[in-house]
Write a protein that binds this ligand. Structure first.
Ligand SMILES: NC(=O)c1ccc[n+]([C@@H]2O[C@H](COP(=O)([O-])OP(=O)(O)OC[C@H]3O[C@@H](n4cnc5c(N)ncnc54)[C@H](OP(=O)(O)O)[C@@H]3O)[C@@H](O)[C@H]2O)c1
Length: 337
């Protein structure tokens, strides 16, 4: 098996956009590494519809047929279970990302995907301390911290921003993922307390997060707010009245903010996932409901957190600089147009 990648502890930076300074450096050119990474990702997605690292088998007979450029003796790595330093290709090296609600679900996958591209990440959560710490461990404590903060409360937002700035000095990428999915929000079922709770986490939170983070977002920064494919005209569902109302507000905020902040090349976009298999999604759903919703996508499956995280990662990168004020629906074609 001709696998060319190794984690040799080199002194010389051979792939300049590929490093987190204190980590093991890959021998060879970044071009080769990226090419290998693409092959690996392609293979893992064939092997399983879940494109998570944990779903990648630990051994295989894949041959990449690329020459190893390292002359020294070194140990070869398992190509389908590469270490963290090999997965990342460095498009976000030097950037700082703050991801709200990053202990679980889409936020967790996003924090890891951004870090795979080299970003330092602030992992926010509200109660799952050990889950948040696990995300920090996976990324590496040299490039990640966890911060407990309820983003529906202004005092907590202040603490979150302060701890981010104290540690990383700026916020290049702000992913406002934290929110409550609510499926019993019909007109009759909604009381004032529930209304305030949902608008608190889904609308007030992102609004004041943007307000307090903006002074620390440099030119070329990225803000992503979260809506849902449920707001598409063809998907409007009565029980989701309250939830859809919060997400409608978020979509409108995005449009206005894109005009306001676009003046200094900060882009603001809405991420609108379809059904994604997270903890929040499965609450209160029967197997039959899950099956029915899986069938709404042409591929006949639910989305995975990584399906969303990888789009977010693209938007975080420089390549998306001209995409501003858009509502990006990530639902496998459940809604079109
Ligand atoms: N899953 C879907 O099908 C779907 C579809 C469309 C849109 N979305 C949107 O995608 C986003 C993420 O959803 P998800 O399914 O990944 O949710 P999830 O699995 O329930 O995870 C929610 C995350 O947000 C955190 N969180 C919740 N309220 C918070 C608050 N007030 N302050 C700080 N953190 C808070 C949670 O922290 P703890 O772990 O500490 O509780 C957790 O990390 C939401 O905005 C949701 O509306 C999801």
């Amino acid at each position: 098996m001709g696998y060319p990648l190794c984690t040799h502890y080199c002194d010389t930076v051979l792939a300049s956009n590929f490093v987190a300074a204190s980590r093991p450096l890959a021998c060879g050119f970044s071009k080769l590494i990226r090419s290998a990474e693409h092959k690996l990702r392609g293979l893992s997605s064939t092997a399983s519809p879940l494109r998570t690292r944990s779903s990648v088998p630990s051994s295989s007979s894949l041959s990449l047929d690329l020459p190893c450029t390292c002359a020294d003796t070194h140990s070869l790595q398992d190509p389908l279970n590469p270490p963290h330093s090999i997965i990342m290709s460095g498009r976000l090296t030097g950037k700082v990302a703050l991801v709200t609600g990053a202990s679980r679900g889409i936020g967790r996958a996003t924090a890891i995907a951004l870090s795979d591209e080299g970003a330092s990440v602030v992992v926010n959560y509200i109660s799952s301390n050990s889950a948040a710490e696990e995300v920090v461990r996976e990324i590496g404590a040299d490039r990640a911290i966890s911060v407990k903060a309820d983003v529906s409360k202004l005092d907590d937002i202040e603490i979150l921003i302060k701890q981010t700035i104290d540690r990383f000095q700026k916020i290049d990428i702000l992913v406002l993922n934290a929110g409550l999915l609510w499926q019993n929000g019909s007109l009759e079922a909604t009381d004032e307390k529930t209304f305030d709770k949902l608008f608190g986490s889904n609308v007030k939170g992102p609004f004041f997060m943007v307000q307090m983070a903006t002074p620390y977002i440099p030119e070329g920064g990225r803000i992503m707010l979260f809506s849902s494919s449920l707001t598409s005209f063809s998907m409007i569902t009565p029980n989701y009245l309250l939830y859809a109302a919060t997400k409608g507000a978020v979509e409108q905020m995005t449009r206005v903010l894109a005009k306001d902040l676009g003046k200094r090349n900060v882009t603001v976009n809405t991420i609108s996932p379809g059904p994604i298999g997270t903890d929040a999604y499965y609450v209160g759903k029967t197997e039959q409901m899950v099956q029915m919703q899986s069938n709404l996508a042409p591929a006949g499956r639910l989305g995975e957190p990584e399906d969303v995280a990888e789009v977010i990662t693209f938007i975080a990168c420089d390549q998306s600089r001209w995409m501003n004020g858009q509502n990006i629906r990530i639902n496998g074609g459940m809604t079109v147009g």
